[in-house]
Design a protein around this ligand. Structure first.
Ligand code: K7E
Ligand code: CUA
Length: 661
C-alpha cells in the first residue's frame, strides 16, 4: 500500500515538473502534490483494483477529464469497412467513422442524397456500382512537408480508387477511379505541398484491366504509378492534369514521397520481381514461394518532378482518358530507377529531413537505409545495370548508407523529434526504437530498445510522424490480432490499437484500444489545433458538396410543393421539432424531388430523415440542404420521421408520404 502512495505522488510530481500537457488539461491540480499526501480515496481505488505503479502512471497519462479535449487527432484507415476512423490521442476515444467508399446510413451517405450519390458515382467501376472497398493509407494534406489540417486522402486498395475528405466538415467530397488499374496499394501519399496525391498499383494486370493470359505476364502485365493533381481551392483531384508512369510487372508496394533534400522524388518498395504467376495446380511454385525466390527485390525511385515536365511537354500516351508516360520514355528521360532491396520488403519511409529512405524487409531482420545523396551520385555516375525492361538498377553498395538489425519481420517505420526511428516487427510482435545516423546522431544506426506489443503489429504511427517536423510524444501500434486482450465477442475479434508513450526511457505501453471496425492498416496523427473544423455550416442553406450556398435552400415561410404533371418538387424546412410541410400527397408513378433545409444554427442540432421502403436516409447538419429524388413506384402510406433524437418532441417530428394508387 505504501508504494502506491509513493508512486502516485512521484508520477504526478514528474508530470507537473515536466509541464506535461496532461496535467495542464486537468481541471484542478491534484491537491496531493502540495500537501504531500494523496487523497485516501485514490489510494483505495488503486489498491482495490490491484493497479501496479505502471498502471497508475498509464492511467494518468491517458485520462482526459469529461469535457476536455484530446491533444491529437488520429486518422485511421477502416480497412475493408471502406471507412476512415477518427480518434483522439491520448484518450483513444473514437470520434467519428467517416463514410468514404461504402454507404453509411447515420451520415446519410449513399441512401438517396444527391451529394453522396455524386461522390459515390465517381467510384463506379466500369459504370457499375461497387459498394465494397479496402482502405489502407490515409494521407493528411501538407504545406511545406507539414500537415496543414485541410484535407485527408485515402485509397481503396481493392478497386484502385482515391478519395478526398474535407476537414472543414469531415465529409468525403470526391472519389476517383483509376481507369487503368484495378488495385492499388502504394496510396495515398502526398507531395510536400499536396500538388499531387500518389497512387501505385500492387498486383500487376494488363493496363486497362484487359484480358491477357498469364503466360504473357512479362510482355503484357504492368504496374502503374499515378500522380493525381490536387486543386486545393476546388478541393478536387483533376484527372486532366494528372498522369501515370508505366512500371514493370513487379508488385509495387508502399511508397513515400521525398521531402526537403529528396523533394521531387517518390520511393516505392516492390516484391515479386521474380514475376511469378502462381499456379500451384499446374506444378508451379505457389505464389507465396514463387514471389520470394530471389534475395533482392527493387526499390523504385521515381523523379516525379521530371515526370511532370515530360507530361507537360506532351510526351505521353493516352489510355482510357489518362496520360501515361511509357516505361521507355521514363527510362530515357531519367524518371525511373531501381535499387536492390532485401527480400520481400514492405515499408519504405523517408526520414523527416528527407535524407534517407528506410526500407524494411519482411524476410530480413534488418532495415536498410538508402541515402538520397548516394542515389543521386550513383545516377550521375551511371553506376547501374539494366533490368530485363532496360530500367537502370543502381548498385546496392553505392546507394546504401546503413543496415540495422532490429528483429524479425520489420514492416513500417515512423520518426520522433529526437532522431529516433520506430519500426514495427511483425514476427517478433514488438516495436523497435533505433537511432538514426548523421545528421541526427553522430553515432547512430543502432537499436535502442524493443517493446513487446499485443499482437502482430502492422503499421505504427507517431505524432506528426510523416512530416518534416515530428512531435515525438505518442506512438500507436496498429496490431492485427488482439487474441486475449479483450472480453470475448465471438470468433471475429477486434484489432488492438496500442498507445505507447515515447517521451520516456524506456517506452511505456499505456492503453489497449479495441477497434471493432474494419482493419486499420495505417494512420496519421495530427495536432488537433491544426484543424479548424466548422461547428455548423457557415450559412443556412448550405450545399456541403460544393461548399457554397445551395440553389435549393429554403427559408422559413417559403416552404412549398410544386406540381407539374407527374413532377412533384418539395421545398421543406426542418427545425426542432417540425418539418414543413408535413403531408406529401402524390400519385403512384410521380417523380418526386425533395429538398430539405435544416434551418438550425445551434451546434449539434442535426436532423435526419428516413423513409421506409424507399431506402432513403439523410442527415442534415445545422444549415445543410439535402436533396433526393425518386419515383413513387410503391403506393401506400409511408410515415417518415426524423432519425436524430433532436428534442423532447423528436418522436413527433415526422410526416406522411401518401402515394395514391
Ligand atoms: Cu502494411 Cu496496406 Cu500499409 Cu496493411 S499495409 S499493415
Ligand atoms: Cu429532428 Cu428528431
Amino acid at each position: 500500500m505504501k508504494w502506491h502512495k509513493l508512486v502516485l505522488i512521484s508520477v504526478i510530481g514528474v508530470l507537473v515538473l515536466t509541464g506535461c500537457d496532461l496535467t495542464r488539461t486537468q481541471q484542478e491540480e491534484p491537491q496531493a502534490v502540495e500537501g504531500g499526501a494523496l487523497p485516501q480515496a485514490a489510494m483505495d481505488i488503486a489498491e482495490e483494483r490491484g493497479l501496479s505503479p505502471a498502471d497508475i502512471s498509464a492511467a494518468l497519462k491517458t485520462y482526459i477529464p469529461s469535457g476536455q479535449h484530446d491533444e491529437y487527432l488520429m486518422f485511421l484507415s477502416g480497412g475493408h469497412s471502406g471507412q476512415l476512423i477518427v480518434a483522439g490521442v491520448p484518450s483513444m476515444r473514437i470520434l467519428k467513422n467517416i463514410a468514404v467508399f461504402v454507404p453509411e446510413s447515420w451520415q446519410g451517405y449513399g441512401f438517396g442524397s444527391w451529394d453522396s450519390r455524386e461522390v459515390l458515382e465517381g467510384g463506379l467501376v466500369d459504370g457499375k456500382e461497387n459498394l465494397m472497398a479496402d482502405t489502407h493509407h490515409p494521407a493528411l494534406s501538407e504545406t511545406n512537408g507539414d500537415y496543414d489540417g485541410q484535407y485527408v486522402f485515402i485509397n481503396d486498395k481493392a478497386n484502385a480508387r482515391v478519395a478526398v475528405i474535407d476537414l472543414r466538415d469531415f465529409e468525403t467530397k470526391q472519389i476517383v477511379k483509376n481507369p487503368n488499374v484495378l488495385s492499388n496499394h502504394g496510396a495515398t501519399f502526398v507531395t510536400p505541398n499536396t500538388d499531387y496525391v500518389i497512387e501505385t498499383t500492387q498486383y500487376s494486370t494488363p493496363l486497362g484491366w484487359e484480358y491477357a493470359p498469364l503466360d504473357e505476364y512479362e510482355e503484357k502485365y504492368r504496374g502503374l504509378i499515378t500522380l493525381w493533381k490536387f486543386d486545393r481551392e476546388k478541393g478536387r483531384l483533376i484527372q486532366d492534369e494528372s498522369f501515370s508512369i508505366e512500371l514493370p510487372p513487379y508488385w509495387q508496394d508502399l511508397c513515400d514521397a521525398g521531402k526537403l533534400v529528396s523533394d521531387g522524388w517518390v520511393f516505392c518498395g516492390s516484391f515479386n520481381t521474380e514475376m511469378a504467376t502462381g499456379g500451384v495446380e499446374n506444378g508451379n511454385p505457389p505464389f507465396e514461394a514463387g514471389v520470394s525466390q530471389r534475395d533482392m527485390d527493387y526499390l523504385h525511385i521515381v523523379n516525379w518532378e521530371k515526370a511532370k515536365e515530360v507530361f507537360e511537354a506532351g510526351k505521353t500516351e493516352t489510355l482510357n482518358d489518362m496520360a501515361v508516360i511509357s516505361m521507355d520514355t521514363a527510362v530515357e528521360e531519367g524518371i525511373l530507377y531501381l535499387a536492390p532491396e532485401p527480400k520481400s520488403p514492405h515499408g519504405a519511409d523517408v526520414t523527416p529531413g528527407g535524407e534517407y529512405v528506410v526500407v524494411a524487409g519482411k524476410l530480413d531482420p534488418h532495415v536498410t537505409i538508402y541515402s538520397m545523396e548516394k542515389i543521386e551520385q550513383a545516377i550521375a555516375d551511371e553506376n547501374w545495370e539494366p533490368d530485363p525492361f532496360g530500367i537502370p538498377v543502381l548498385d546496392f553498395d553505392a546507394v546504401v548508407e546503413a543496415q540495422v538489425e532490429l528483429g524479425l519481420g520489420p514492416l513500417h517505420t515512423q520518426f520522433d523529434n529526437d532522431g529516433h526511428a520506430y519500426t514495427s516487427l511483425f514476427l517478433d510482435t514488438a516495436v523497435a526504437k533505433w537511432k538514426l545516423g548523421p545528421p541526427y546522431h553522430d553515432e547512430g544506426w543502432e537499436l535502442v530498445e524493443t517493446l513487446p506489443v499485443q499482437y502482430n503489429v502492422g503499421h505504427l504511427v507517431s505524432a506528426e510522424g510523416d512530416t518534416v517536423d515530428p512531435d515525438g510524444k505518442w506512438l500507436v501500434s496498429l496490431n492485427k490480432w488482439s487474441v486475449d486482450r479483450f472480453t470475448g465477442v465471438g470468433p471475429l475479434l477486434p484489432q488492438n490499437e496500442q498507445l505507447i508513450d515515447i517521451s520516456t526511457n524506456p517506452m511505456q505501453l499505456l492503453y489497449d484500444m479495441a477497434m471493432g471496425v474494419g482493419e486499420p492498416h495505417y494512420a496519421q496523427m495530427i495536432k488537433a489545433d491544426k484543424i479548424d473544423a466548422w461547428e455548423v455550416y457557415p450559412e443556412v442553406g448550405w450545399d456541403p458538396l460544393n461548399q457554397t450556398k445551395s440553389p435549393y435552400a429554403t427559408a422559413p415561410g417559403e416552404e412549398r410543393i410544386e406540381r407539374n404533371g407527374s413532377e412533384v418538387e418539395i421545398f421543406m424546412t426542418a427545425v426542432r421539432s417540425h418539418f414543413t410541410p408535413e403531408i406529401i400527397e402524390v400519385k403512384k408513378g410521380d417523380h418526386v424531388t425533395w429538398h430539405i433545409t435544416n434551418i438550425e444554427t445551434a451546434v449539434d442540432a442535426t436532423h435526419g430523415l428516413q423513409i421506409p421502403a424507399y431506402n432513403v436516409s439523410l442527415s442534415m447538419e445545422p444549415g445543410e440542404v439535402s436533396s433526393i429524388d425518386f419515383v413513387a413506384d410503391r403506393d401506400g402510406t409511408f410515415a417518415w420521421y426524423c432519425t436524430e433524437f433532436c428534442s423532447a418532441l423528436h418522436l413527433e417530428m415526422m410526416g406522411y408520404l401518401l402515394v395514391e394508387e
